[in-house]
Design a protein around this ligand. Sequence first.
Ligand code: BMA
Length: 311
Amino acid sequence: MKQHIVRRYSRNPILTSADIPYPVETVHNAAVVKHDREYIMLFRSHLRTGRSIIGLARSDDGFRFTADPEPFLTPERDGPFAAYEEFGVEDPRVTQIENEYVITYSAYSRNGVRIALAKTKDFKQVEKVALITEADYRNVVIFPERFGGLYARLDRPHSEISPWSIWISYSPDLRFWGESQLIMKPVPYHWDEMKIGPGAPPIKTGRGWLSIYHGVFQTMDGSIYRLGVALHDLHDPAKIIGVGDSWILQPEDPWEITGYVHNVVFTCGAVPESDGTVKIYWGGADTVMCVGEASIEDLVALCVDHGRPAK
Ligand code: BMA
């Protein structure tokens, strides 16, 4: 029998457009964090314009979520963000840094896609702080700790010359970023050969920072989005200890195989639990939200014992 390293929740999908109290077409690519005793989910929804907004849902157990009556983050109409969010806001990630939650999301406009950073303490008031990349970046995840006094992020610029790869950058203040380096590349003729991108913000383990990323493979029937894992050094996250050779999750359930975009599992968030498991959240076919559980030790072992080259 096929062994699954990620055990799907039996009642997937956990959140769909039918559960949202305002009109949306999809619910997908959500960040999830624990705040007080609640699980907070920030999810992306397409509107009937084809553009996206970000909503919020809450849960006591990480499985059953209820959406707030109003969206959480929508494109600005005035001010410095307006020119860059006109086509929508997408794919949020959230990292808790001390007593604040730092949100990064893709801002789409006629000027391209770039990443914006917002902050909240309570998921009620949110402050958009800065646009932290220029155009042609997606998938920015921020580490919850500093390294040598600097914040660190994984990101994914897109280039026409090189396959789309994972980079690291540093910042003294979360606003100005630099010292960028490419640290992980797709591997030719492998499940992640076409492009890769950071998924969930990295999780601290005894053996390194566990990063759950997405990888894409192109077939005659279009692209397949799957999830994999990489382990970064605890003190120097630019150093990759290992990248799991095999994927940990691929589209298999009917709502992952068909939908707005078929054959997609895409993560923006995972919540480590005190019993050594992690809840991984993913969008199915850019249409619904799903969850599954894995042992953190198993994911780390995949990186260390069954690795592929980082680049
Ligand atoms: C990527 C992004 C994601 C999306 C995925 C599959 O390029 O647009 O938001 O989930 O494609 O469509």
